[in-house]
Design a protein around this ligand. Sequence first.
Ligand SMILES: [Zn+2]
Length: 242
Amino acid sequence: MMGSMRAAFQVVTAWVLTAWVLTGCGSGGGPPAPVAPPAPAVPCLDVGAEAAYVECLQRANDAVWQTRFAGAGRSYVSPRLTVPDQAPRSDRTRDRAFFNARTGVHFPTTYLDDVRAAHGEHARIVLSFTVAHETGHHVQWLVRPRLRAPTRDIELQADCYAGMWARSQVAVGDLDPAVFREGAVAELRRLSADPEEVDSHGAVDERVASLDRGLAAGDPEACDVGTLTWLPAPTPGVVVTG
Ligand SMILES: [Zn+2]
């Protein structure tokens, strides 16, 4: 499952070595020209502390959504981010990342520990998906403060929004879509071991299909699910003809 992600890292390493060798063999006898380090597989990977890494990812998500909202004539405000702990009392036992309309995006200690234990060196790639998914919930709330829809639709749209964010980062050279997707799929498989997670969020295949829809389109409208539309839905009672 994680083999090809590891292969991707190995390819990057090989590329760096090749670039160094080629540069080192350059003519002229002078010192080799400096080789720019390759871009991280996802944004912020070079940020040291885990909490700072998540905060950096949140800013990367905010930047994309700020542009999308502005393009639609809407205002975007960043979610409050808590990482780790400091969840509201009613949410203190939660072991997953979550969005609370009142208190924002939360990354509980338990969730971070679980991701590290399950994914090891790839944990940060996994967190890039989770930050994008939770930010997707924040976006849903901004678009529809009185959000009413089937839970599974809400979750599948958040997966799609995560893919849309990733696509936007690919477009500016800040993300390797294959590495991001492998991390996301690995986490979706881990979470799907819990039947309640599948009931509320959808089966792995459905979730990956939603993620892929966002990755392919890079457009929030491509993530519309039922009544959860990016653009305002038609006013009820108004019949559109033609
Ligand atoms: Zn969710």
